[in-house]
Design a protein around this ligand. Structure first.
Ligand code: SAM
Length: 217
């Protein structure tokens, strides 16, 4: 796996040059309704690419843009998208459009219920900031109880004081009673579930990747 580029050189085009040892190719998705997502997919799995029988599970994966980008960039990775209906069914079209449908499962269920167990990574992109601490704890608890050996919880979202803006933070507070948490707040939130924060990576102007692993692994 190649080393991540320096923060200064992390442009979107740089992200697409990331390579890992098990996947030789990367590819660009055909388009996205959420501009930050295509730029975040390849580096996430360039760091966590594991072409094992266990998938990367996008928890609250929305219409699947990020997961489709990950799968397109890493041909040996498999995915599992979890979301409510009708979003889950709508996500199928995204995977078809990205030609990765054969490597992804889609499940319509709540992330407050038990998640499919044993995945390599549980990916929470723009999820926790929608929720107050009580609900964020419940979501993390579901990820941790499902986590396979050596697995990771990957959080992608704006991080207060680092990759977030005040307008977005206020919107999260007013609309969802959530907020853009700071690194130390994420660390404390996750520690309550036995998770250790291994790394914080600036992905784009408004998103960071926070990598958590179980403390006993
Ligand atoms: C802000 S969107 C993020 C979507 C996706 N992760 C992304 O970054 O594009 C939040 C997602 O959480 C989903 N969601 C909300 N409540 C949920 C629940 N209880 N169980 C599963 N998904 C839920 C919504 O349907 C929506 O797709």
């Amino acid at each position: 796996m190649t080393a991540p580029p320096s923060t200064a050189s992390r442009t979107n085009s740089t992200w697409h040059r990331w390579r890992c040892t098990c996947c030789s190719a990367t590819s660009k998705p055909s388009g996205s309704s959420r501009a930050h997502l295509p730029a975040t997919g390849p580096p996430i799995t360039a760091r966590h690419c594991a072409p094992t029988p266990t998938p990367t599970t996008a928890v609250g994966g929305g219409h699947g843009t990020l997961l489709a980008t990950i799968l397109a960039a890493h041909p040996r990775v498999r995915g599992h998208l979890i979301d409510l209906e009708p979003t889950a069914t709508e996500a199928v079209g995204t995977f078809v459009a990205h030609r990765v449908r054969d490597r992804v499962r889609v499940s319509a269920q709540s992330f407050f219920d038990p998640l499919p167990a044993g995945a390599q990574a549980y990916l929470l992109c723009d999820i926790l900031h929608d929720w107050d601490d009580e609900h964020a704890h419940r979501i993390l608890a579901r990820c941790v109880e499902a986590l396979g050996p050596g697995g990771r919880v990957l959080v992608v979202e704006p991080v207060g004081g680092r990759r977030a803006n005040t307008e977005f933070d206020l919107a999260m507070l007013v609309i969802f009673a959530g907020r853009e948490r700071r690194v130390e707040e994420f660390r404390a939130l996750a520690a309550a579930h036995g998770l250790v924060l291994d790394a914080v990576v600036d992905l784009t102007d408004q998103r960071c990747l926070l990598e958590f692993r179980a403390a006993d692994t």
